[in-house]
Design a protein around this ligand. Sequence first.
Ligand code: ADP
Ligand code: MG
Length: 376
Amino acid sequence: MTAGSRLPEGSYDAVWASPGRVNLIGEHTDYNDGFVLPFALPHSTVVAARRRAEPGWTVTSEQTGETVAFQDEKVEGWAAYVAGIVWVLREAGHDVPPADLWITSDVPFGAGLSSSAAIECATMAVLVDLIRASGGADLPMQLRPRLAQRAENEYVGAPTGIMDQAASTLCRAGHALFLDCRSLATEQVPFDVAEAGLAVLVIDSKAPHAHVTSEYAARRRSCEDAAKLLGVTALRDVDVAGLDDALAQLDDEVMRRRVRHVVTEDQRVLDTVAALRAGNLRAVGSLMTASHESMRDDYEITVPQVDTAVRVALEHGAYGARMTGGGFGGCVLALVNEDEHESIAAAVREAFAANGFAPPDSFVVTPSAGTRKISR
Ligand code: ADP
Ligand code: MG
């Protein structure tokens, strides 16, 4: 889609786009105060706004085909992602001008590519634009992810970390975003796959997500309990050098494996950043595959579909492959030679058919820009 192309005709007071994202590496490290390394997708959500004279807001989504009007009442359903941003901006002391909003997106919903952060961050961008135009204060990009996360946690009611909103707001084309989830410090790390003759293939496993919420809560609790037993603020405070000592202090075999995943995964993010800084993109492949094995064997969050996609991609020449996202379904990323993505995707489709799995989707992505203004 050309960003903005499916908006109703006419002029707008503000039009902004925010992308979906994938996480290159660093899974289930965010709530352990650790490291993540997402990059923005070429897929984005566009939000366009027109000031209106009457109080309140309306939002129309091309994807849901609905218009929802709201003022001070609590909104449920998809429009909560928009109303939550109005709410959080007002909570932060901004005077949000009344407006009509239109939304269109090519980020798939619920595939772990963060269509939720895309709609939140683009909504925030247009509203900040309207606030500024009416004489209000600016809201620097660096401060926006926290507010958008708060809207998703407290207004929508989804317990997500900060990664999605940080990626959708701050990413740069040709880079991955190295994010320290404790300090919120960020660094743009060069990740120009095309220049290296490579491609990142995304395979949407289409596996039905089952028990995600309860399993997520269980993993999170296990990490918090382990941190308490180890006397640290978060598992971030255990490093690979201290891992054996830490594991020796834990009696529970399952908890030991959860800790091992988180501690080694933080190190894999650091190693990936070092490889990218050195321009050694192919070396990232083995770190991705090690991350997948850790999620499969120690964190136990993969399902047969994603394990199959990873195995088949590797057998057909991928440098590395891993599930990305919270787990129990979702997408796989494979780092492949630019001229091999089609044959690898075809091999995965065949393997899915042979195993009786629903057909997967696949597409190639390039690290793209974060939140940006669209001129219309
Ligand atoms: P993900 O972020 O992985 O795509 P979530 O469940 O966190 O999955 O967010 C998806 C939800 O966000 C959708 O079910 C819908 O409620 C809302 N949403 C995202 N994009 C749009 C859009 N373009 N129009 C309406 N609602 C949207
Ligand atoms: Mg989401």
